[in-house]
Design a protein around this ligand. Structure first.
Ligand code: HEM
Length: 486
């Protein structure tokens, strides 16, 4: 009995000791990092706990409705415009001046290269344009660039307009409609059609679901247990890879032929250049373009609808322009063209302002390839350097009243490297013209077909979202303009 009590007591004592030791470590680490002087030229910041750094706080932000950027925003408040932290066992420095953005984005391959956290590169694949090292990236980007020609954009605009009109013809007036959901379906359809000519049916539904799971897993802890988000993401990648593999082999064997050789997959398969991409590279990059071009665009469109709804003056100016374009005749009968989009001067500024304020991609991840200095701080080789696009987009020294939605601010030239929604330099978004075109088509059809009201003004952010995403999904009630005018 006594020996049992002694055992129990010993058990309690060791528990207390462990807890006390843990608390002590926590306090020491907190105290050390808070009081750390920056006399050594290293950016200020909290190193966090031994081994895990500030990963737990980062994950807590991802799992909150303030969104992952809250982690970054708070540290800017505590430490200033450039700070250092430790995430997933690696050092990250967040930089936020246009000069540092210029130096880093223009120096691709010299002192800096791109680097995503490991979980992202595993989900996208090692040949993905987004994750490839400098040399490999140059080769793949060269191949993919040819797919994004003006001719391709021109036919994409008409195809996307058809999809938008088709979708809108099913939208109910009266009941609540979630813009986020509709925009995601539209973007998914457009990307699947453009990339692999997949238009309808079961496989498209599987594709939509898999892409959603993959996006959710991007920021998850890379735990391979069967029930984790990360494992679900890996499973989704496997499903997409299998669909692509089947598609490639059917096309190669002649079982399936796309009538028009317009889709991206067919163009990549048929290339007969010495430097053509192999099947693994093709699959990883088709997947990359699907991911790069869906959640981003769906979120950007959703924020745009919210911002415009909240700014009646903008809405009125926009309506005037778009109804005039419609009145000019073409868009009632035919599909929108690239030329029509070029006439949308004000709408184009609305799109740019929505992209600035939404800052869908919040920072641009790079890695330092050698010791260097940024914003007056020493950066060591191997550190991750994240260019904080959102901070720059809301910097009051660059944009007056940055929290006001004011498309007219883009009537003037803007400061170089102050608009980073699509990045800049050698890694600029390949689909940026496509994305802008999609937003213009969507805006034109929405404005000229409906009156709408957003019925939930909540700006909370969706948990676990890689790209800034509205939790509410932007619910709207639509009234048809056409019924009124008929
Ligand atoms: C509103 C929608 C979009 C936004 C905000 C956006 C934003 C971005 C950003 C910030 C980057 C990374 C730049 C960097 O790290 O320096 C990027 C890269 C990329 N985006 Fe987009 N994007 C959008 C739509 C699209 C679309 C529709 C496609 C078409 C398939 C696309 C394809 C790509 C590709 C392939 C890359 C990798 C470029 C490279 O590393 O060379 N994006 N995008």
């Amino acid at each position: 009995m006594i020996s049992q009590m002694v055992k129990l007591e010993n058990g309690y004592t060791s528990c207390y000791c462990c807890a006390a030791l843990f608390l002590l470590l926590l306090l020491l680490s907190w105290h050390w990092s808070r009081n750390k002087k920056t006399g050594d030229g290293i950016p200020p910041g909290n190193g966090g706990l031994p081994f895990v750094g500030e990963t737990l706080q980062f994950m807590a932000a991802i799992n909150s409705t303030k969104g992952v950027y809250e982690f970054v925003r708070l540290r800017h408040l505590w430490h200033g415009s450039c700070f250092k932290t430790n995430l997933f066992g690696e050092t990250h420095v967040f930089v936020s001046s246009t000069d540092s953005a210029k130096a880093i984005l223009n120096n691709e391959g010299g002192r800096f290269s791109k680097r995503y956290i490991k979980s992202i590169s595993e989900l996208l694949g090692h040949h993905s344009l987004l994750c490839a090292d400098h040399h490999h990236h140059k080769l793949i980007r060269g191949r993919l660039l040819t797919l994004f020609s003006t001719d391709a954009l021109s036919s994409f605009v008409q195809m996307f307009d058809v999809l938008v009109l088709e979708a809108m013809s099913t939208w109910p007036c009266g009941p609540v409609l979630l813009i986020q959901h509709e925009a995601f379906k539209l973007a998914c359809k457009a990307m699947c059609k453009m990339l692999i000519s997949m238009e309808n049916g079961y496989e498209l539904v599987i594709m939509q679901k898999s892409i959603a799971h993959l996006c959710e897993a991007m920021l998850a802890l890379p735990l391979r247990l069967p029930w984790t988000r990360f494992s679900n993401g890996l499973q989704a990648r496997k499903t997409i890879m299998e669909i692509l593999e089947k598609e490639i082999s059917e096309r190669r064997s002649g079982i399936r032929r796309t009538n028009e050789k317009v889709d991206f997959l067919q163009q990549l398969i048929e290339e007969d250049d010495d430097n053509k991409l192999n099947d693994e590279e093709i699959k990883d990059n088709i997947l990359t373009m699907m991911i790069a071009g869906q959640d981003t665009i769906a979120n950007a469109m959703t924020w745009m609808v919210k911002f415009v709804d909240e700014n009646q003056e903008v809405l009125n100016t926009l309506k005037k322009e778009q109804l005039q374009i419609e009145k000019n005749g073409r868009t009632r009968r035919d599909n929108l063209t690239l030329e029509d989009l070029n006439e949308m001067q004000y709408a184009s500024k609305v799109v740019t302002e929505a992209l600035r304020m939404a800052s869908v991609v919040q920072w641009l991840p790079r890695v330092a390839l050698q010791d260097c200095e940024i914003q007056g701080f020493k950066i060591k080789k191997g550190w991750n350097v994240d260019i904080d696009a959102k901070f720059i987009h809301f910097d009051p020294t660059i944009y007056n009243d940055p929290h006001v939605f004011n498309p007219s601010r883009f009537a003037d030239e803007f400061k170089p490297y102050s608009f980073l929604a699509f990045g800049m330099g050698g890694r600029t978004c390949l689909g940026k013209n496509m994305a802008r075109a999609m937003m213009l088509v969507f805006l034109h059809r929405l404005i000229t077909t409906y009156k709408w009201k957003v019925i939930d003004s909540d700006s909370s952010i969706q948990k676990w979202a890689l790209f800034s995403k509205l939790k509410s999904g932007c619910p709207v009630r639509l009234t048809s303009l056409k019924q009124h005018s008929n």
